[in-house]
Design a protein. Sequence first.
Length: 200
Amino acid sequence: MARYKGPKDRLSRREGVDLFGKGARLTRLNVPPGVHGPKGQASHVSEYGRQLREKQKVKRMYGILEKQFKSYVGKALKTKGNTVNALFSLIESRLDNVVFRLGFAQTRPQARQLVSHRHTIVNGKIVNIPSYLVKVGDTITLSTKAMEIPSVKKLLEQKNPVVPSWLKRKGVFGKVLRLPTRDDVKEPISDHDIIEFYSR
């Protein structure tokens, strides 16, 4: 299962956004990575460069590699109706993202690890594929072993967790009420740039 294994701070610094929820632990966010730092930044960013950076930011935010992300965009472009909604419906419906959105994990990388280590249960069956797409009506919970992990246990003990409106959570159980749309994603993303990049 392919995934990025390099330094995550470097990716956040490249995009100028905390991609992995590190908060105060992320230092030098405003300084680009590399030996040249700010000197390596072009004073003028082209339209292509801006679109590329936005595409890279979303890929890294969701932990998706190029081949799979391009596949998602391709499916969205073939879908009748709103292309942007179709794209975000696909990437938000990934199981690792759903585990994160339900508040079962602090970050998407942690959610991906829970899924990969067979700690997530969908409709009563263990699913260990992070890219598994949930459907309306699906129920999601964690294994008993996962609930004993200190960081997860602390999250589960929080009262009134905030989850997006397309999901419902009651205790350690989550349910998909409807498919997500672009409006459900609150992170600052220029979706137009992403679609334009792949429409070339």
